[in-house]
Design a protein around this ligand. Structure first.
Ligand code: PMT
Length: 328
C-alpha cells in the first residue's frame, strides 16, 4: 500500500517535470517536414506484407545533445559523443534487414562514411585535367562504397535519417518517432546511444541575448532534465524493446550503475561502456545476465557482435510478446 502511494507520488512528480520541460521547450522548427518523412517511411512499410512479428524496426539515436545558454544561442553546454557507435550500429542493423530511423546530432559520424577522412571534400577529391573533379586514388574505394551503400539503403526505403542539435529538438523528435513506430504496429527497438544532457536551462528563464562578460564570473542555475527513459518505456512506446546506454569513466561503478538504471527505468537491456575502452568492449546487462562483448580482432567493430546479440534478444522478446502476452 505504502509502496503504491510512493509510486503514485513519484509518477506525479515525473509528470509535472515532463510537462514543465515540454511546455517550456521552443516549438520544433521543422516539425511538418519531420512528420512528413516519418509518414512516408511508415506508409512504405505498412504496404509490405510483413506481419507485426516479422517487421523489424529500430530507432538508433546518436551523438550528444546541446543545451543552449541563450535563446539567440552563442554559447551552449555539450555532451560528448562522436556518433561512431550510432553510425556503425546503424550499418549492422541495416545489414540484418532492419528498417532504421537514425536520429543523430548534426555533424557527427554518418553510417557508411566512417572510413572517409575528416574533411572528405578537400581530402578525397582533386581537380582533373579536363577541369572536372576526380577522386584521389587512395580514397577511390572508400568513396565509392560510401556512396553506393548510402544510396542503396535510402532507395530501399529501410533507412531514414533525422537530425537534432539541442536537447529540446532531440526529445521532441524522439517523441514523434515513437508515434510513427507505434503506427507501424511492430515490436520495435529503441537503441538509445545518444549522450543526453542531464541539466538544462528552461526556455522561459533563458536570456534572449548573448550573456555579457563581467568581473564577477558567471553563476547559472541549471534545472534537471526529467529522465525520458521512464516516459519512453511507460507512455511513448510501452511495447517496444528498449536498449539504453550507461557511460562512465570509473570502471568500478559502471556495472552497478548499469544494473540500477535497468531496474529503475525498466529497460530491456543496458549497454555499459567505459569511455576509454568503449570501442573494444561493452557489457550488456539484462534481467538474465551480464554479457561481455568484445570486438573480434584488429580493424573489427565491437558493434558487430553487439548488434548480433541485441537482435537475438529482440527476437526472443518479440516471440514472447506475440505468443504469450498478446494472447492473455
Ligand atoms: O559516440 P561515440 O563517441 O562512439 O561514443 C558512444 C557513447 C559512449 C556516447 C555511447 O556508447 C553511450 O554510452 N551513450 C550514452 C551516454 C549517456 O548519455 O549516458 P548517461 O549515463 O548520461 O545516460 C544513460 C541513458 O539515459 C542514455 O541511454 C540516455 O539516452 C538516457 N537519458 C539521459 C538523460 C536524460 N535526461 N534522459 C535520458 O533518458
Amino acid at each position: 500500500m505504502a509502496e503504491d502511494k510512493h509510486i503514485e507520488i513519484t509518477e506525479k512528480c515525473l509528470d509535472e517535470s515532463i510537462d514543465a520541460f515540454f511546455k517550456s521547450a521552443p516549438p520544433l522548427q521543422d516539425l511538418d517536414n519531420i512528420t512528413k518523412k516519418l509518414e512516408n517511411f511508415v506508409a512504405q512499410h505498412s504496404v509490405h506484407s510483413e506481419s507485426q512479428n516479422t517487421k523489424k524496426v529500430v530507432c538508433v539515436t546518436s551523438g550528444g545533445t546541446t543545451v543552449p545558454l541563450e535563446r539567440r544561442c552563442v554559447r551552449y553546454i555539450d555532451n560528448f559523443s562522436s556518433g561512431h557507435r550510432g553510425a556503425s550500429s546503424t550499418e549492422y542493423f541495416l545489414k540484418a534487414g532492419y528498417m532504421v530511423i537514425f536520429l543523430h546530432r548534426r555533424g557527427t559520424a554518418q553510417p557508411f562514411c566512417r572510413f572517409l577522412p575528416e574533411n572528405p571534400i578537400l581530402e578525397c577529391f582533386e581537380p582533373s585535367d579536363d577541369s572536372g573533379i576526380q577522386v584521389c586514388s587512395p580514397y577511390a574505394e572508400a568513396v565509392k562504397s560510401a556512396i553506393q551503400e548510402h544510396k542503396s539503403a535510402v532507395n530501399s526505403g529501410y533507412f531514414l535519417q533525422l537530425d537534432f542539435t539541442t536537447l529540446f529538438e532531440y526529445l521532441q523528435i524522439l517523441q514523434v518517432i515513437t508515434l510513427a513506430i507505434n503506427r507501424l504496429g511492430a515490436y520495435g527497438m529503441f537503441y538509445l546511444a545518444a549522450a543526453v544532457s542531464d541539466f538544462y536551462v528552461p526556455w522561459d528563464s533563458m536570456t534572449e541575448h548573448k550573456i555579457q562578460s563581467g568581473p564577477g564570473g558567471l553563476a547559472m542555475q541549471l534545472a534537471p532534465v526529467p529522465k525520458m527513459l521512464t516516459l519512453l518505456r511507460k507512455r511513448w512506446a510501452p511495447v517496444a524493446f528498449c536498449v539504453s546506454f550507461k557511460l562512465e569513466t570509473d570502471i568500478d561503478i559502471l556495472l552497478k550503475k548499469a544494473e540500477s538504471a535497468r531496474r529503475k527505468y525498466g529497460v530491456h537491456a543496458v549497454v555499459a561502456n567505459e569511455l576509454s575502452t568503449r570501442k573494444e568492449k561493452v557489457i550488456v546487462v539484462t534481467d538474465q545476465s551480464q554479457t561481455v562483448i568484445e570486438k573480434k580482432g584488429v580493424g573489427m567493430d565491437v558493434e558487430e557482435p553487439l548488434i548480433d546479440f541485441l537482435i537475438k534478444e529482440h527476437a526472443a522478446y518479440t516471440f514472447h510478446q506475440s505468443h504469450f502476452v498478446a494472447k492473455t
